[in-house]
Write a protein that binds this ligand. Structure first.
Ligand SMILES: [Mn+2]
Length: 254
């Protein structure tokens, strides 16, 4: 039995299944998906339902699910006019997700929203006496193991949107994370972006997780889509499965 994490699936169902095969995922293992399951790629709704139907899988909310929850009508009607609907549909690849969502029955839409609102935003887990803190991007102690429907909205917004890798004002990774006895696992910013932006010889090219102090970024860059790879080994993209038991990485590319 092993515990795996992966992040930022972005609607890439086939690649996700390829990854499960690669890690030999079985009923005795557990998988945490760290948000951004939907959008850009077309199979986000299919992935949400796949995760929901597996008792040995769970997902945390990412900024894309957060946008969806702030866009679609909560009654279950196929309407999209909430406060995030424009940024979701027009700027963040939510249009393909909404099309699939609208094709569900009203009851199925309602069940999906109820399930999403009941996910965690920040989750701690202990594996082999090592403590991990999982989130989509940033960290807020007040959200540890709190379900989204009970969580403070402003705190959730920070955790799913802000990043230490984008120099967002007020984010101070090492200062904040260094105080805690956790290994922080998150996604949100593709490792290819961080590697190119920050450079440095200590950074391993290719589809590898990015370690920085007690933090690790495992966003494999699915959001760039399957035609992103240009032969530059630093640009290879896909998904990064991380096994928490031994910190072994399992990259799977398009
Ligand atoms: Mn994200």
């Amino acid at each position: 039995m092993a515990i795996y994490t992966v992040s930022d699936l972005h609607g890439q169902y086939d690649l996700f299944k390829k990854g499960l095969e690669k890690i030999g995922f079985s009923d005795r293992d557990f998988l945490y998906v760290l948000g951004d399951v939907i959008d850009r790629g077309r199979d986000g709704i299919k992935l949400l339902r796949y995760i929901r139907e597996h008792k040995n899988m769970d997902m945390l909310l990412g900024n894309h699910e957060h946008m969806m929850l702030h866009s679609v009508d909560h009654s279950g009607r196929a309407l999209c006019s909430g406060i995030d609907s424009v940024i979701w549909l027009d700027y963040n690849g939510g249009d393909v997700t909404f099309d699939r969502y609208a094709a569900l029955t009203e009851g199925a839409r309602k069940r999906l929203l109820g399930w999403l609102r009941n996910r965690y935003v920040v989750k701690t887990v202990e594996v082999n006496k090592k403590r991990f803190c999982l989130s989509h991007s940033y960290f807020d102690q007040s959200l540890i193991n709190i379900r989204y429907r009970y969580a403070d909205e402003a705190a959730v917004y920070d955790v799913v949107w802000r990043s230490i890798y984008r120099e967002d004002p007020g984010t101070n990774g090492i200062d904040l994370y260094g105080k805690y006895d956790y290994t922080f696992v998150s996604g949100h910013v593709p490792v290819q972006y961080v590697k190119c932006y920050y450079g440095g010889e200590h950074i391993t090219p290719g589809l590898t997780a990015l370690w920085h102090g007690n933090m690790v970024d495992i966003d494999g860059g699915c959001s760039y889509g399957e035609h992103f790879y240009d032969g530059n080994p630093e640009h290879q993209n896909g998904m990064l499965f991380l096994r928490l038991d031994d910190l072994k990485e399992f990259p799977v590319s398009f």
